[in-house]
Design a protein around this ligand. Structure first.
Ligand code: GLP
Length: 265
């Protein structure tokens, strides 16, 4: 796991955008796994600006979002579908027919969404880069604590703490769905590479567990320790409980040195 600590959240967003631009430079038809929430917002803004200025193109990109609430229509302003349009897709040159979320419209059967979504990801050739945030309780997507580390896209019941935290985005608490469809942990681990972003003191405990804790379903993000190519971009506040912080900085310096010395060989 590569752990890179930045001074502030703006630097985390800039680095995240840089890595996505680099991937699309190499592979313009990449398949991206995308996340919602507060954390990736500045990175999406940066990518929208980059796209407007011709520094990156999403014209051939396919996307799969991590999760969606059950029973919200795409047009519902509280759905993740709406969030993605509002925060990213409406501002870039992506073909919206290549954007995917595990939607379960009102009245639909949520149990049938997972297998279809898994098949769609496979048909697209798999995810090249999965962008992740992390919940305070260590969830990734909506894989709440005690999720099977071998789970696939399916319905998850949200914990009370997640409902409370995400309740701030709903005008009316009664309209907040209690269940969601989320990619599973095994689905996330299938991605070729993973880019996890976390900022702020409230993520410090989850980040410490993710990087230094034992692999456990109680902190679902710890499953990422089993993946070969995970990069964690954090700000100082989110890194504040890391015990081996000095070591991660040291590793970064060595990586930089090797790249400078051997790049292009
Ligand atoms: C949400 C989403 C996750 C997100 C996480 C953190 O509930 N389901 O995909 O990464 O919680 O959200 P935030 O970035 O707003 O802290």
């Amino acid at each position: 796991m590569d752990v890179v600590v930045f001074e502030n959240s703006a630097a985390v967003a800039a680095e995240g955008a840089k890595r996505i631009r680099a991937l699309l430079g190499e592979k313009p038809d990449a398949v991206l796994g995308l996340a919602t929430g507060r954390t990736p917002l500045s990175m999406y803004r940066q990518l929208a600006a980059d796209c407007e200025q011709g520094r990156v193109s999403f014209a051939e990109v396919t996307t799969f979002n991590l999760d969606e609430y059950v029973g919200l229509s795409a047009g519902d302003r509280q759905s993740y579908h709406h969030y993605m349009n509002r925060e990213l897709f409406d501002h870039i040159d992506i073909d919206q027919s290549n954007t995917n979320l595990p939607m379960c419209e009102p009245g639909g059967n949520p149990l049938s969404v997972g297998p279809r979504y898994e098949a769609a990801i496979r048909a697209a050739g798999g995810i090249d880069l999965q962008v992740l945030g992390i919940g305070q309780n260590g969830h990734i997507g909506f894989n709440e604590p005690t999720s099977s580390l071998n789970s696939r896209t399916r319905v998850k019941t949200l914990t009370r703490e997640t409902l409370e935290r995400n309740g701030q985005y709903f005008d009316d608490a009664d309209g907040q769905p209690l269940v969601a469809v989320t990619m599973g942990i095994a689905t996330i681990l299938d991605a070729t590479a993973v880019l996890l972003l976390a900022t702020g003191q409230d993520k410090a405990a989850a980040i410490q567990q993710l990087i230094e804790g034992p692999v456990s379903a109680m902190w679902p993000a710890t499953a990422l320790q089993l993946h070969e190519r995970v990069t964690v971009l954090v700000d100082d506040a989110a890194a504040s409980q890391l015990e081996k912080r000095d070591y991660y900085d040291w590793v970064g310096q060595q990586r930089q040195r090797l790249q400078t010395q051997f790049d292009g060989e």
